[in-house]
Design a protein around this ligand. Structure first.
Ligand code: MLT
Length: 403
């Protein structure tokens, strides 16, 4: 995607507060001026008006890093973070021209509105300006402001959307090989808050917060409904989405997961893991969990899978891991939801899953009306990572039959 052409703006006295710093609201005005100037240098500042729509800001997140003062020349640069049907996102950075210091950076999500103030398609001229072919909605890795955090999501392909929610203590990259086997769909794989490349706030880790982040992500992508595929903790988040945002779900794929909450013994083990991460960090968690996440055969015969899983865990920040452990510990019982699920559902298990043996998947599928069931041979708890082709085949057949 092509970047916005750089724009320079001089700071005047009336941009500043009583302390001689550029005021935050003045900086927002400058971000806006830089966008219009970049458009003027491209398809014309009237490109939206010509096409009968107005771009309005839906969300904005600004991080202020340094002060700027009268007389400073500020350089604004920007790039597209996502392109939806009626919305798009921009990331803008402002630096002091004299020394390159970053003054602030900001993420904006815009929605195009027509004359009746209803969402309308982003004009093709604007898509072309950003290097998107008309109708194209995905790039690679994008950041999306979703409430109080920014989440990173990897988008692949185009077509009916599937949202992939990773398990604990992993990140979005666990889906990389699997999504390669599912062409013809928009595959959306975010990092949950606190892990991977998403923001890692000090607190605010609950299943509800994860689910709300993902509902906001779908909104930012202009996705009304998606098939939701969650692995293990990702399944817990999928149940929370079902509880809080059922209108967003067109189908469910529940991989190596369960609907029951933690038992007293489960909570005790979580507390032990929290203490381990706080004491020794994510590397110790990787050491402890790896042998239980993967099937014995994967541990022996798939060194690249072992290395990938180890680095996903070891690279995650302690704050996000501890947050996820607390969120899982406090999660609600989702078994009462199961009998009311009315969307097509596929339940996947790994034949050699030590954490959730086959009986869990059997009980889950039996409780959901019309649910299908697949068992992946030679796979443990991380079936989509260990046997991506087999899992993708099961998903593709399920989607083919239900859509
Ligand atoms: C996961 O894979 O997400 C975890 O095993 C879930 C859990 O610990 O309950």
């Amino acid at each position: 995607m092509s970047p916005l052409s750089p724009v320079e703006i001089l700071v005047y006295l009336d941009d500043c507060d009583a302390f001689g710093h550029v005021n935050n609201a003045a900086l927002l005005r400058m971000f806006e001026r830089a966008r219009w100037d970049a458009l003027a240098a491209g398809p014309g500042a009237d490109v939206f008006r010509r096409n009968g729509v107005a771009p309005v800001v839906r969300t904005v997140t600004v991080e202020y890093h340094r002060a700027a003062h009268p007389g400073d020349r500020l350089g604004f640069a920007g790039s597209l973070t996502h392109m939806g049907r009626t919305s798009f996102g921009l990331h803008q950075t402002v630096r002091r021209a004299s020394d390159g210091a970053v003054i602030a950076d900001a993420d904006f999500v815009f929605v195009c509105l027509d004359a009746d103030e209803r969402p309308a398609p982003v004009p093709d001229a604007v898509r072309r300006f950003f290097g998107c072919r008309p109708g194209m909605r995905s790039g690679r890795l994008h950041r999306y402001p979703v409430g109080d955090v920014t989440v990173m999501a990897e988008l692949t392909g185009d077509g009916p959307p599937i949202l992939f929610i990773h398990g604990f203590p992993l990140d979005r990259t666990m889906w990389r090989r699997l999504v390669g086997y599912l062409p013809g769909r928009l595959r959306i794989a975010p990092d949950l808050r606190g892990v991977g490349l998403s923001d890692m706030p000090r607190d605010g880790y609950t299943m509800g917060a994860y689910a709300d982040d993902l509902a906001a992500l779908l909104l930012a992508l202009d996705v009304e409904r998606a098939v939701v595929c969650g692995l293990s903790m990702g399944g817990y988040v999928a149940f929370e989405l079902l509880r809080r945002h059922p209108e967003r779900i067109s189908g469910l794929i529940l991989a190596n997961t369960r609907a029951e909450p933690d038992t007293a013994e489960g909570k005790r083990q979580r507390a032990e893991l929290i203490a381990l991460v706080e004491r020794e960090g994510a590397g110790a968690l990787a050491q402890r969990m790896l042998p239980r996440l993967l099937a014995a055969r994967s541990l022996d015969a798939l060194p690249e899978v072992v290395a990938h899983v180890r680095s996903m865990i070891a690279d995650n920040p302690s704050v996000g891991l501890v947050g996820a452990l607390s969120a899982m510990m406090e999660r609600s019982d989702s078994t009462p939801l199961l009998g009311d699920i009315r969307v097509p559902t596929l339940v996947i298990s790994g034949e050699e899953d030590q954490l959730l043996p086959l009986a869990h998947g059997e009980a889950l599928a039996a409780a959901i009306p019309g649910a299908r069931r697949t068992v992946i041979p030679e796979a443990g708890h991380l079936a989509p990572v260990e046997r991506p082709a087999a899992v993708a085949r099961a998903i593709a057949e399920f989607l083919w039959d239900v859509s």
